[in-house]
Design a protein around this ligand. Structure first.
Ligand code: GDP
Length: 425
């Protein structure tokens, strides 16, 4: 089985928690896009872990984890993340972690470029996480990236390429931004220091995954961020720089010859969006603050308060479609328990007209939300483990969401811990 677990919304849907839960039935978990610019929070019997780069399966002893070619790898961050987990009692070796030889390395100058550009843009900034992600993907497409596999090659070849790349980069850093030139010696020393540690994990993940698939192993593809941050289908230009959607999973993993057999979309019972960009369902003031507090909506990687709103039907239906979701895991239902009336964004208007589809450009930037309210259940649901144990109004809410997004809700998460979920009949 090849299953993709992806975000239906703007990210932070609780993918980490669902991957941690569902990975029990998988042999391999693969990250196929993005970098260390988002965080997955996983709480289990070993403790609470924030994973930025490592696949969530790393917390299970018998799961092999793969960082695919579609990922961009900050090697210093990878070493630090591995060290933190090791200190928490997690075992990481080349047997349970494999990094694609085709994945591109995030260099310190990518981070610098990211910061300089956000600074230059000032008020018009994109709200980048400043982890160098846009610059490194940009370089990938400019054919100026360094691949993990080059760490295994002869050093002279890599040295020459790095020299050429830095010469090119300095045209922008020195002459464009007017900053101090990047030093080749420092960058080389950086690659040597961290490359020496991470190179032991580097291999052709395509060969590994194809063999594993032939041998009947079950593979899970784990996405970072959500459909609305996808570079092609998201709220461009306020998107991430990678493809967050399920159909890209085999490509970003190293197995373009294989097909995803099941797509599970993770969708939140309300909406959140971290950073800049159009977020039509956004709520403000006390009501927003209450929801933010109830859901503990602060970014795992950056600590930034997330923007919040009611469940957004138009955006979620679109997200479900982009993910080709076969089934959905609805998360954070417990967070809504304090609400007497649950706000739901049932659609958008533009120039007074109701929109039928999730829009782009001007329409999206100027769309107004249309809100309706559903009756709340006002009861703690975090101990419910079966559908029958949920209050009737909570079941009504789940059924309503299922109908409006037109996809089966298979799992309902009622808390951050591994066992706090319900499998829907
Ligand atoms: P991800 O990036 O999609 O993995 O999401 P994050 O980890 O950034 O955000 C999800 C947050 O919600 C984490 O702190 C989880 O521990 C927490 N969480 C996940 N599912 C639930 C749930 O059903 N209820 C509650 N209360 N918290 C949850």
């Amino acid at each position: 089985m090849l299953t993709a677990i992806t975000g239906v919304n703007w990210g932070d849907e609780g993918k980490g928690r669902m991957v941690d839960l569902l990975s029990e039935n998988y042999d391999i978990v693969v990250r196929y896009q993005g970098g260390n610019n988002a965080g997955h929070t996983v709480v289990n019997e070993k403790g609470k872990f924030v994973l930025n780069l490592l696949p969530s399966g790393i917390l299970r002893d018998d799961v092999v984890n793969v960082i695919g070619n579609g990922v961009v790898v900050d090697i210093k961050h990878l070493v630090e993340e591995m060290n933190k987990l090791k200190a928490g009692g997690i075992n990481i070796t080349p047997d349970n972690l494999k990094v694609s030889d085709r994945a591109i390395i995030v260099m310190p100058y990518h981070v610098e470029q990211d910061c300089l550009e956000e600074e230059r843009l000032a008020d018009a900034a994109y709200g980048s996480t400043k982890r160098g992600i846009a610059p490194v993907y940009g370089d990938k497409y400019m054919k100026k990236g360094i691949r993990m596999g080059e760490l295994l090659d002869d050093k002279e070849g890599l040295k020459e390429r790095l020299k050429g790349i830095i010469e090119w980069k300095n045209l922008m850093i020195e002459n464009g931004y007017g900053k101090e030139a990047i030093s080749f010696d420092e960058m080389w020393a950086y690659l040597e220091e961290y490359g020496e540690i991470v190179k032991h994990f580097v291999c052709d993940t395509g060969v590994f995954l194809n063999e594993s698939n032939k041998n009947g192993k079950d593979i899970m593809f784990e996405a970072q961020l959500g459909a609305l941050r996808d570079i092609d289908y998201g709220i461009y230009p306020f998107t991430s720089s990678s493809s967050t959607i399920a159909p890209y999973a085999p490509i970003g993993a190293g197995v373009p010859n294989l097909k995803v057999t099941k797509s599970i979309g993770i969708m939140k019972a309300y909406s959140t969006c971290v950073g800049e960009g159009p977020f039509t369902a956004e709520m403000f003031g006390d009501k927003a603050e209450e929801l933010r507090k109830a859901g503990n909506e602060y970014g795992a990687a950056t600590g930034r308060p997330r923007r919040v709103g009611g469940f957004d039907i138009l955006a979620s239906r679109y997200g479900v479609r982009c993910q080709g979701a076969d089934e959905i895991a609805l998360t954070k239902l417990d967070v809504l328990s304090y609400l007497k009336e649950i706000p739901v964004c049932v659609g958008y208007t533009f120039n007074g007209e109701m929109l039928k589809e999730f829009p782009i450009g001007e329409k999206l930037f100027k769309a107004e939300p249309v809100y309706e309210y559903r009756e709340g259940w006002m009861e703690d649901v975090s101990n419910c483990r079966k559908l029958e144990e949920l209050p009737e109004k909570a079941i009504d809410y789940i059924r309503y969401i299922e109908e409006v997004v037109d996809c089966k809700i298979k799992y309902v998460s009622v808390g951050p811990e591994r066992e706090q979920y319900i499998v829907m009949p």
